[in-house]
Structures are given as structure tokens and as C-alpha cells.
Design a binder for this molecule. Structure first.
Ligand SMILES: Cc1cc2nc3c(=O)[nH]c(=O)nc-3n(C[C@H](O)[C@H](O)[C@H](O)COP(=O)(O)O)c2cc1C
Length: 156
């Protein structure tokens, strides 16, 4: 039987701002590997901080996160949410990428952490609305103005 589907959301900081080329190299390798491993999600960067959601089978996510958290390209890794989901929010995206305006990530991180804590206090491993769904909806509203079908920003 396949492992349960899980989502993990974390934030981190880069010691120095990463260049576009460095981010591209990171994305290229990640997308290739995520395709092989059945991992989907979104990576946001504002020049200082990352916020990433990874979705996949729990064993795969655990192994991947072990690598990510030991990656010297970022520090101060903070898990904002880790739990089961019924379905993926970033189904067709091997790793979507958004360069976001600075200031957006801390409030997004706080709202995910708050929702995760509320679910945990209610004894649930799953949020009422998954973290992925929240992030997905927020990005559709904030970045695409709502309604619009996302372009393949992700895999460009
Ligand atoms: C912010 C950040 C996000 C990352 N996201 C992913 C990812 O989604 N998938 C992935 O395979 N590696 C990701 N990595 C890279 C991993 O830390 C690690 O370098 C890579 O998985 C190792 O690949 P390898 O097993 O081919 O050596 C990320 C690294 C950073 C710094």
C-alpha cells in the first residue's frame, strides 16, 4: 500500500541573497528529482527568505526534507506545518516558483503556523483546509488577481 499523502511547509533564510542563476540551478535540479520522486509543491523567495511547500508520500517527504534542512544554501529552517492531506494542491507542478514582494512571506508563514496549531490543538493531523490549498488560493488571488488560470510559471 502506498504511504499516506503528506504536505510539509517550512520557512528559511538565505545568508546572502541568491542570484537568479543560483535559484534557477536549484529549481532545475529540484524539478528533475521531484518528477522522479512524485513530489509537487511551490517555492517562494523574496530575496531574503524562502517559504516552500512539498507534497508527496510521507516517506519521500521525510527523506527529502532531511536533505533540504541540511542544505547549506539556507539557514533558520522553521517547520510551519506537517500533516496529512487527501489530495495535492499543486498537483501538476513539480515545483512552482514565485519571486514574491518582500514582506509577504512572514505574514503567510504566520497564518500557516497558526492554522497548523489550531488543527493540532483540535487533535487533527489534517487541517480543515490544507496548507497547500491556503497557499494556492492566496497566490491565485495575490499574484494572478484571482480567476485566472495559472500559467506554467512553474515549469518555464
Ligand atoms: C530552498 C531549497 C529548496 C529545495 N527544494 C528541493 C526540492 O523541492 N526537491 C529536491 O529534490 N531538492 C530540493 N532542494 C535541494 C536539496 O536540499 C538537495 O540539495 C537535493 O535534493 C540533493 O539532490 P541529490 O540527491 O540529487 O544530490 C532544495 C534546496 C533548497 C535550499
Amino acid at each position: 500500500m502506498a504511504d499516506v499523502l503528506t504536505e510539509l511547509v517550512y520557512s528559511s533564510r538565505t545568508p546572502e541573497p541568491m542570484t537568479d542563476a543560483q535559484v534557477q540551478a536549484l529549481l532545475e535540479h529540484s524539478r528533475e528529482k521531484n518528477t522522479r520522486e512524485g513530489v509537487t509543491g511551490l517555492l517562494c523567495y523574496d530575496g531574503k527568505s524562502f517559504l516552500q511547500i512539498i507534497e508527496g508520500e510521507s516517506g519521500t517527504i521525510l527523506e527529502l526534507f532531511h536533505l533540504i534542512r541540511n542544505d547549506p544554501r539556507h539557514t533558520d529552517i522553521e517547520i510551519l506545518h506537517d500533516g496529512e492531506v487527501e489530495q495535492r494542491a499543486f498537483d501538476s507542478w513539480k515545483m512552482a516558483y514565485e519571486n514574491v514582494p518582500s514582506g509577504m512571506l512572514p505574514s503567510l508563514a504566520r497564518s500557516i503556523a497558526r492554522a497548523s496549531l489550531t488543527a493540532a490543538m483540535a487533535g487533527k493531523t489534517e487541517m480543515d483546509i490544507s496548507a497547500g490549498r491556503r497557499i494556492f488560493d492566496l497566490f491565485m488571488d495575490e499574484i494572478y488577481g484571482g480567476g485566472e488560470e495559472p500559467r506554467e510559471l512553474a515549469d518555464a
